[in-house]
Design a protein around this ligand. Structure first.
Ligand SMILES: Cc1ncc(COP(=O)(O)O)c(C=O)c1O
Length: 407
């Protein structure tokens, strides 16, 4: 048994939360509401192609050499400036910025920095499945903080902190939360930092959707209230430019950045040069904010199309009403198991993919919800996919009397 030689963190008997997140189906009429895919039509293909060519032409053979782990200079300066506006920290300096291989590596590095086996950490319940998968590797003891309409329940969290002062990390997605779409209120952002100062823990503020607001006004980041360097702000180019280059970035106290850089060196030695240089040249010659504007305009109409389809085919269902981001969150009758339905009905019969709720809970114990993505599918697929979802629920739910009239 080779598995006997594996480290305990691999847990050979336990399926990764990410396996099956993007099930491959071979049906031609497959519709995916699964992963957080951006709209392909809006990738700036020509501009990125040109930027890649410029990166190679300017550097010549050197473009293919090893480079500094800190990444290209102009890109770093761009991020210093972006941190001032996007994160709202006017004093940010170069030694507080770090490039990562996507936001995902940022999460994994922070977990590696802070978590010994069994260490206590708190997460929103539900929370981003990829973060849980990264934390799982370090075998923490999880504590759940429930979600309210204005973000994590901080009254409940404070009780937890009193009972478990050993909690050292809180992971949050405050803007258009993955998976529920909820945005944390300003009051809670401030209070969260006060709690971190009082109970001595670090906050990982993960915000890849922060730029993608379709309704209302942007709120100050949690990091902007940070007084003791306890907040690590994490962002990414994946949702606003392309996920293919695997480029994320974070803002943290210089001591944290130094320690994370040391850990990153052992993982991959450097930020991949050509993808980061390509993004650098793209940013020098194009207006990223203008591009983000076009994403916002399109995604808002897609979100509205999905809401309209839900009104039509799933009237009365409990659905989130996010102000931005990529996802809607559905809550179904207690007793419905959306994981079972995915494999037994949605994929084989409806040719439809979504992400079942259990993936988003640290203890995999809530089965009656699902996350659906509206940015990747076409308008036709949004309408057709929600109709298929309704069909599936008619066949498998006590709510069928309502839905059956709609399809
Ligand atoms: C909340 C959140 N964090 C991090 C990531 C990872 O993104 P990437 O590694 O592509 O930057 C995602 C991707 O969906 C996400 O939703």
């Amino acid at each position: 048994m080779l598995e006997n030689l594996f480290a305990s963190r691999v847990k050979p008997d336990e399926k990764s939360r990410l396996v099956g997140l993007f099930p491959e189906t071979h049906y031609l009429d497959n519709i995916s509401f699964g992963g957080g895919a951006p709209e392909e039509k809006l990738f700036p293909v020509e501009e990125l192609k040109e930027a890649y060519q410029v990166a190679v032409k300017r550097q010549g053979a050197h473009a293919f050499q090893y480079h500094d782990i800190r990444g290209p200079e102009y890109l770093r300066q761009f991020l210093v400036e972006r941190a001032k506006t996007l994160v709202g920290i006017p004093e940010v300096t170069d030694d507080e910025i770090m490039l990562t291989a996507g936001g995902q590596q940022g999460i994994e590095l922070v977990a590696k920095l802070l978590l010994n086996k069994g260490d206590a950490m708190a997460v929103e319940a539900p929370t981003y499945v990829g973060a849980l998968a990264a934390f799982d590797t370090f075998e923490p003891t999880y504590f759940n903080v429930s979600m309210e309409d204005d973000g994590a329940d901080l009254t409940q969290f404070e009780l937890l902190l009193k009972a478990h002062p050993e909690i050292k990390l809180f992971y949050t997605v405050p803007d258009f939360h993955n998976p529920t779409g909820i945005t944390m209120s300003v009051a809670k952002r401030k209070r969260l930092v006060e709690l971190a100062n009082k109970y001595d823990f670090i906050i990982l503020e993960d915000t890849p959707y922060r730029d993608l607001r379709y309704v209302g006004k942007s709120l100050p980041s949690v990091k902007s209230f940070d007084t003791e360097g306890r907040v690590i702000f994490l962002s990414s180019f994946s949702k606003i430019l392309t996920p293919a280059f695997r480029l994320g970035w974070l803002v943290a106290d210089p001591v944290v950045v130094q320690a994370l850089t040391k850990l990153k060196l052992t993982e991959d030695l450097e930020v991949p040069y050509l993808p980061s240089a390509t993004i650098e040249y793209y940013l020098q010659n194009n207006d990223l904010d203008e591009h983000i504007q076009s994403l916002r305009a399109l995604y808002q109409t897609k979100m509205e199309a999905m809401m309209a389809a839900i009104d039509r085919y799933l009237p009365g269902i409990k659905v989130s009403h996010p102000e931005g981001g990529f996802f809607l969150w559905l809550e179904l009758d207690q007793g419905i198991d959306t994981t079972k339905l995915l494999w037994e009905n949605a994929v084989p019969e409806q040719h439809l993919v979504y992400v079942p709720s259990e993936s988003f809970y640290a203890h995999r114990d809530r089965k009656n919800g699902m996350r659906i993505n509206f940015t990747g599918p076409t308008y036709e697929q949004i309408d057709d996919g929600v109709k298929r979802l309704s069909k599936m629920l008619v066949e498998n739910s006590r709510q069928k009397e309502i839905f059956v009239k709609a399809i």
